[in-house]
Each structure stands twice: as C-alpha cells, then as structure tokens.
Design a protein around this ligand. Sequence first.
Ligand SMILES: [Zn+2]
Ligand SMILES: [Zn+2]
Ligand SMILES: [Zn+2]
Ligand SMILES: [Zn+2]
Length: 278
Amino acid sequence: MECASSDVNDLSNVHLHNRQRTDDNTRLAMLDLDFLDCPICVEPFTIPIFQCDNGHLACSSCCPKLSYKCPSCALPIGHNRCRAMESVLESILIPCSNAKLGCTKNVSYGKESTHEKECIFSLCFCPIPNCNHRGLFKDLYSHFDVHRNIGRDDSHFAFGKYMEIRFGLSETPFMVMKEYKEGLLFVVQCHSKAQETGLYVTVSCISIAPSSLEVGNFSCHISTTVAKRTILYTSMKVKNTQKLSFKIPQEDFMFIPSYILGGYRQFELEVCVSKLNH
Ligand SMILES: [Zn+2]
Ligand SMILES: [Zn+2]
Ligand SMILES: [Zn+2]
Ligand SMILES: [Zn+2]
C-alpha cells in the first residue's frame, strides 16, 4: 500500500512539474532566426520539413531539386518529416514589422508578409510624382490636400456618381481622385508603351493591399467614347495598392486599342467608383 501511495505522490509531482512549465510557457526566449530557414535555399521553413537519417534538414521545395538525396551525407531525404522542427516552427511568433508604428500583432515565422499586406499600420506612398511622403493610409488622405493648390485639377468625387476625366495622350497619364466624404484616394491611370497596340486604363485605391475591412471594397465602371465607338468596362473589385506602379498591368484593366484612338490627341473617360457592401 505504501508503495502505491508513493507512486501516487510521484505522479502528482510529475503533474506539478508539468503545470509549472505550462504556466511558464510564454516566457520570452532568444532564438537565432537563421535556424528557422532551410539550410539549402535559405528561405524560411514552412511545414512540411524533411530530414535524412542523419537529421540534416531540407524544405519541401528543395527535396525534389536535390533528387531526394541529402547534400551533406548523400542519404535519402524527402520521406521522413522532422515533426520536432515543425512544432518549433508552429510555436514561434514574431512581432509584425510595423510594431514600431503601433501594430501589436504577432505573426507566425514565414507568414509575416501575409499579415503585412493587410496590416493597417503598413505604410502607403503618396501617388504624386516627386513627393516622397509615406504614411499610414489614413494620414495619407489628409496629406494629399497639400497637393491641391499646385494647379493640378485633381478632383473630389462621390461614390456611385460618374465623373468625367479628360486625358491628353502627351500628359502625365494619371489622375488622383479623392472621395469627398471619407477622403479615400483613387487613381485612374493610362498605361502605354512605345509600339504598344493601345492604352491600358486602371483604377486603384491607395490603401493597404489586398483588402482591409477598414477600407472596404469597391467596384468601378469606366466608359469612353472615341470616334463614335464606345468601350465599357466593369470591375467588381478595385485593386488596393500601397504604392502606385507604372508598369503595364497584367490584369484588371480596360483596353483602348490604338486604331480607335487614331489621331486623337485626347480622350475622355467616365469613371464611377461604388462602395460594395460586405
Ligand atoms: Zn529549401
Ligand atoms: Zn544528411
Ligand atoms: Zn501588423
Ligand atoms: Zn504627397
């Protein structure tokens, strides 16, 4: 009987130890983040992580490139997972890189960029050329007003109402529009390149990408009539962007073929941006 009761005591001691560790399990620890990168491609590890029989590690995209042969010891790699390393990876949370700007989110290692695309503390860049201002998207909306007195005919607009924008083919091919109630900034751009077959028209919202509940979602309708031909374009999802790009877009654009523009030096766009309900 005594023996049994001492067993019980031992068990409760073990239990106590576990409890103490559990209470303590969020203590800060120092960790060299390099150990969380694949030693072969040096990219952050993602699950699954593989090991050879000698315990050398490789990420899942490296294994096929190595023909499933460990580069350190030539044993097969890519069949045995390293569950211990996977658990370590899952337990690591690092502060958002915008922590200094006020973000309190901790993110899993390797997934920082996913959060940063939606982080409301990410910096947005003023769309006006040669202005180096960057700030939180809300601050950017008020900053933009400093540009309103420099002779650009940047316009206020209202959601759901068409506004007319005149583009000259030789002028700066974009226009910033500020929504008059909420102050959100939208940019209408005409992209073209030499010997291109036409103009690419895009509408984007200066905001954190891809979409934040703070900002909302928008649709846009664009129409243009040149030489009695009308082109209509509807996008049910206006792209959010932190920084304006002047590259030819790969998607989400209205295309105006050169043969329609012909010799016209300028053309008009009717643009309507509407707020979508969630
Ligand atoms: Zn790798
Ligand atoms: Zn090995
Ligand atoms: Zn953040
Ligand atoms: Zn600016």
